[in-house]
Design a protein around this ligand. Structure first.
Ligand SMILES: Nc1ncnc2c1ncn2[C@@H]1O[C@H](COP(=O)(O)OP(=O)(O)O)[C@@H](O)[C@H]1O
Ligand SMILES: [Mg+2]
Length: 383
C-alpha cells in the first residue's frame, strides 16, 4: 500500500491537539491536581518545549472534571484594551457564546441596558462590562478585568482555572500588572486558581520567589519534564503506521536521538521524514532518510534558531558558551579573565533557563542537539 496523505498529521507550532501530547502524563496529573486543589502554579520553560500543549491537556482534564477554564496568551495581547476584551469574552463565553459581545458593548455603552437580548446574554457581566468599557484609567480597567473570573465562578457555582500563557509579557500591558493582580491571584475564597506559563525562567522565578515582588510566594513552581525516548518511539511508530509508512524502532530511536527528544524538533524531523517518504511514495524508511529529514528540519527551523541566537547575542558569555558547546570545544580554553567571568555568568543563566544541561562534572551539552547542529554548521561563529 502506498503512503496516505493526512493533513496536520505531525502538528507543529502552538499547542498540539490533546491526542498528540506525547508523554508527560505524570506532570499533567500533578498540575491538574494542584489546580483543582486551588493552588496557583508556575511552569517556566523555553519556547517550543511544550508548555502550552501540556496546559491544553490539563485544561481538557479539568473541564472533564467539571471545572471551568480560561486561557489567555499574553504574546497575542498587545494592549490593555485587547487584554480586557479577550478576558471578558473568555469569561462570558462560559455562560453564553460570546463572539462579538465585547465590541457591541463598547459601541452601545449604557444604551446596552435597553437591549433585552444583550442583557439576557450578559447577565451579571452587563454591569461589569459597562464599567470595564468606561473605565477612567488603565489601572481601573486592569482591576476590573482581574475580577471577571471570580464573577463567572460565582455565577456558575464552579471552580475556575485561569491559564496566563507567556506571562512574562504581562508587564508590557501595564507596568503595575503584577501589583494590581496580586489580590486576585492570592485570594483564597474566590474559587479561582491560576496556571502561569512563561518562557523566561529566570525572570519568572524572580517574580514569584523574590520577597520584594508583588507575587512573592503566590504560586508553586513545577518543572516541565523531558519526554521519554520510548514514549516518542511508540507515538511515532503508531503515527507512521496510520499513514501506511513503516519505520522500524531502530530508525525511530535514531531520529529521536538526533533531535534530543526535544518536543518541537522531534516533531519537525518526523514531519520531514513523512514528507520525504510520501513524496517519493515509499512505504518503508531507510537510514539515509533520517539524515535527510534532519537536514530538511534544520532548514525549517532556521528562523527560530536565528532568533534564539540573536537573543543569546545580547550577552557575550552566552554566545561563547553556546558556540563552544555546539562545536565540542573546551569551554575555558584560551579565555581572558573577563571572558571567564562572563562564561560563568552565562552558564548559570543558561542552565537555569533550560538551554543547557549538565551531564557530569564539568561536562555540559545544549538541550537542543539541532541547535548545536545549526550553530556549528550554518553560523559562521568563532567560538
Ligand atoms: N507533549 C508533546 N508531544 C508532542 N509534541 C509536542 C509536545 N509538546 C510540544 N510539542 C511540539 O512542540 C510544538 C510547540 O509546543 P508548544 O506547546 O506550543 O510549546 P511552548 O508553549 O512551550 O512554546 C508543538 O506544536 C509540537 O510540535
Ligand atoms: Mg506556548
Amino acid at each position: 500500500m502506498a503512503p496516505i496523505f493526512k493533513p496536520r498529521h505531525f502538528p507543529i507550532g502552538g499547542a498540539v491537539p490533546t491526542a498528540d501530547v506525547v508523554g508527560r502524563s505524570g506532570a499533567i496529573v500533578d498540575l491538574a491536581f494542584k489546580l483543582r486543589s486551588g493552588q496557583n502554579v508556575l511552569m517556566a520553560a523555553p519556547r517550543r518545549t511544550g508548555k502550552s500543549s501540556v496546559a491544553a491537556k490539563v485544561m481538557e482534564e479539568l473541564e472533564e472534571a467539571g471545572l471551568l477554564t480560561v486561557h489567555l496568551d499574553f504574546l497575542k495581547l498587545t494592549t490593555l484594551d485587547s487584554f480586557a476584551g479577550a478576558y471578558f469574552e473568555a469569561c462570558v463565553s462560559k455562560r453564553t457564546a460570546a463572539v462579538g459581545l465585547w465590541s457591541r458593548l463598547k459601541v452601545e455603552k449604557n444604551k446596552a441596558r435597553a437591549e433585552a437580548n444583550l442583557v439576557f446574554r450578559l447577565g451579571p457581566f452587563l454591569e461589569a462590562g459597562l464599567k470595564l468599557t468606561s473605565s477612567a484609567t488603565p489601572e481601573e480597567m486592569l482591576t476590573l478585568a482581574m475580577g471577571l473570573p471570580a464573577l463567572v465562578a460565582h455565577e456558575q457555582k464552579k471552580d475556575l482555572v485561569v491559564v496566563f500563557d507567556e506571562f512574562q509579557d504581562s508587564t508590557k500591558l501595564h507596568r503595575e500588572f503584577l501589583r494590581v493582580a496580586r489580590p486576585y491571584v492570592t485570594a483564597t475564597d474566590d474559587r479561582v486558581s491560576y496556571l502561569f506559563l512563561g518562557s523566561q525562567s529566570t525572570l519568572l522565578h524572580q517574580v514569584f520567589n523574590k520577597q520584594s515582588e508583588p507575587l512573592f510566594r503566590s504560586a508553586l513552581s513545577v518543572d516541565l519534564p523531558a519526554i521519554g525516548d520510548e514514549e516518542w518511539i511508540d507515538y511515532l511508530r503508531a503515527k507512521f503506521e496510520e499513514v501506511a509508512i513503516s519505520v522500524d524502532r531502530r530508525l525511530l530511536a535514531q531520529l529521536v536521538r538526533r533531535a534530543g527528544g526535544h518536543p518541537q524538533d522531534t516533531m519537525t524531523v518526523a514531519f520531514c521524514l513523512y514528507q520525504v517518504l510520501y513524496q517519493e511514495q515509499r512505504e518503508t524508511a531507510r537510514e539515509t532518510d533520517v539524515a535527510r529529514a534532519v537536514d530538511e528540519a534544520l532548514g525549517l527551523m532556521a528562523a527560530a534558531f536565528e532568533q534564539l541566537w540573536l537573543d543569546f547575542n545580547s550577552e557575550r558569555g552566552n554566545r561563547i558558551v553556546i558556540a563552544r558547546l555546539a562545536r565540542g570545544v573546551p569551554l575555558y580554553g584560551g579565555v581572558t579573565n573577563s571572558e571567564r567571568a562572563a562564561i560563568d555568568r552565562a552558564m548559570k543563566r543558561l542552565l537555569a533557563d533550560g538551554f543547557i544541561q549538565k551531564l557530569g562534572r564539568g561536562s555540559y551539552r545544549l538541550t537542543e542537539p539541532l541547535l548545536a547542529d545549526y550553530v556549528s554548521d550554518y553560523l559562521d561563529v568563532r567560538p
